[in-house]
Design a protein around this ligand. Structure first.
Ligand code: SAM
Length: 296
């Protein structure tokens, strides 16, 4: 199949009785140079399995198999899944996981590399879910809407900096690749996309995920407010309400928040939008130390 020709793709879809579904964020990457550049950016060693999220009709899947990589492909559209089985089903290196990747990925064996021209509606949720559940890849190469890419790569103090930026930076170094214009896709989307490389950090913070991620989200809940109020509310719900206050520290949420801030060398009048990863990690570790019992 010629994956680079809109007319041939249309004819193929019609012959197969298939349509493009907006609800699944279906936009095929019809620019072969961009597809190869994304695959090359994975820098995967031969024989390493690649997870491909949303293979569509298999444009990149075919290129990956051609290069000799085993591929585990996650596709929700039953019509596309049928085509993928017909095209690649007989290859021992090809595994198709049909269904919603948000539900199917947790039961699959871990891999080192992930490639995905991600459907816009699940991109952020999928990345966040995998990071929070510590399913980490050595390298991920993704295509996302530019606005999502800005949020992922944002640094403290910038307008795009959010709890999602902190989450991404807690596990990965986010490296922007090329901008991918709408004309590289069929159907053509209204917004540009961005290729991104996510390299696993060598120094992943050891903070307890069950405290760290909820804490970051709650400190960003009102991003322009001083962190001391959000921190106190967080401590009230995760420590005081659950009876986890350590006996040697004052018993109020205010006391514990004050102690956690002091241990993190923060005053409390800072705003989440200006704090770097280290400050969030330090606060999460202090909150854990100041509690009794386990967080799951
Ligand atoms: N990889 C193809 C390409 O680059 O031409 C298609 C990319 S298209 C942007 C997104 C793909 O993800 C579609 O094939 C779509 O059906 C699939 N998809 C959307 N939501 C999904 C989900 N929740 N789980 C698995 N696949 C999904």
């Amino acid at each position: 199949m010629n994956y680079n020709s809109v007319s041939e793709l249309r004819a193929f879809l019609e012959k197969q009785g298939l349509g493009m579904r907006k609800k699944y964020g279906q936009n095929f990457l019809i620019n072969p140079a961009v597809r190869w550049a994304l695959i090359d950016a994975l820098e995967a060693e031969p024989d390493a399995e690649i997870w491909e999220i949303g293979p569509g009709l298999g444009a990149m899947t075919g290129q990956l198999l051609e290069k000799g990589f085993p591929v585990r492909a996650f596709e929700i559209d039953p019509g596309f899944a049928r085509v993928l089985r017909e095209l690649f089903g007989s290859r021992p290196n090809f595994t198709l996981i049909e269904g919603d990747v948000m539900k199917t990925w947790p039961s699959q064996p871990a891999a080192q590399y992930l490639l995905g021209n991600l459907p816009y509606n699940i991109a952020a949720a999928l990345i966040a879910d995998m990071v929070e559940k510590k399913r980490l890849f050595r390298r991920m190469v993704l295509t996302v809407q530019r606005e999502v890419a800005f949020r992922m790569a944002a640094r403290p103090g910038s307008a795009d900096y959010s709890s999602f930026s902190v989450l991404c930076s807690s596990a990965y170094k986010v490296i922007p690749l090329m901008i991918i214009r709408g004309a590289s896709f069929y159907p053509r989307p209204n917004v540009d996309s961005q290729g991104l490389k996510l390299e696993l950090r060598k120094d992943i913070p050891g903070a307890c995920p069950a405290i760290f991620y909820p804490l970051v989200r709650s400190l960003f809940a009102s991003r322009r407010k001083m962190i001391k109020n959000n921190l106190r509310n967080f401590i009230f719900s995760v420590i005081i309400k659950k009876g986890r206050a350590a006996p040697n520290i004052g018993q109020t949420a205010e006391d514990i928040a004050g102690e956690a801030l002091a241990r993190s060398r923060l005053k409390g009048d800072e705003r989440a939008e200006n704090l770097g990863l280290e400050a969030f990690v330090s606060l999460a570790e202090a909150v854990e130390d100041l509690s009794s019992g386990r967080f799951e």
